[in-house]
Write a protein that binds this ligand. Sequence first.
Ligand SMILES: Nc1ncnc2c1ncn2[C@@H]1O[C@H](COP(=O)(O)OP(=O)(O)O)[C@@H](O)[C@H]1O
Ligand SMILES: [Mg+2]
Length: 307
Amino acid sequence: MTVDAPETTTLQRFVQSGVATAVMGELDNVMKSHNEANQTVKYPDNRPVKLSIKNLVVGYLDHQSGQTTVAVDKVSLDVREGEFVSIVGLSGCGKSTFLNAIAGLVKHQYGEIKVNDRLVNGPGKDRAVVFQKASLFPWKKVGRNITYGLELSGMKPAEAREKASYFVNLIRLTGFEHHYPHQLSGGMQQRVNLARALACDPEVLLLDEPFAALDAITRELMQNELLELCEKVGKTVVMVTHQIDEAVLLSDRVIIFSARPANILDDIRVPFSRPRKGLIKDSEEFRSLMSHVWKIIEGNANIGGGI
Ligand SMILES: Nc1ncnc2c1ncn2[C@@H]1O[C@H](COP(=O)(O)OP(=O)(O)O)[C@@H](O)[C@H]1O
Ligand SMILES: [Mg+2]
């Protein structure tokens, strides 16, 4: 039996999909440029691996030019059950692309993504995503926004209502179940989004800059709320953010992406014990970890030609 080299596999896929010219672009260079990245087992841990990503390559094909822009370049990452992992990096480096590939919203060209050892080939109930902008149905009340997805997945309405009410309570929005999204502040809307995602009980919660659209004060408050929430529900979380303080405060590990195409520059374990309070941001240890992360990003930005 012969096993195809990675280059051949990618080539074949593109040829089969009728976009053979794409291999003449960046994607081809990435596939040839270096060997497969090593699997990151930097921090041994007994917990089972919930999310496993191996040599992930994601590119976007421009149909007009036939060129592919590679956003994610052979990224390998294991996330263990209950871990909170943040991805930080420059704007445009490929963070959202990486997250969207995990969510199954963007197709990857090479490598694999597994949740609980099951291959990801598209969106699924085992993953829930919260985006930067609240994506609630404007014509549905808060309670219905949460129960809708649950009922779609087959849950009985009474059970869905009970579940929704538990999460509404958890995010401290009791009394607002009958409000429409436009009657809520941005922070409250984002809390409903979180509740909706958590109510689906996903194996992995994916957050893409969940607080970036909020004002600075609300963002700080929401970070503290998410900290508490995650410690209560113990979910496996992957969060993309460009806020280094947010990443350090909330995470067990901070993964630093290079400038595009993204690969992992460093995987840093955050040493603070849990439960954590937002107040740790004032500590010297916190500030020095933030500055360490920043220096790695900045150093790479300089090499890569600026921010
Ligand atoms: N839908 C798309 N089509 C084509 N190119 C895209 C698309 N989405 C993102 N890109 C490109 O991929 C690169 C990474 O983008 P993105 O993942 O959004 O970065 P980040 O989230 O780190 O800011 C950028 O060069 C961006 O222009
Ligand atoms: Mg983004």
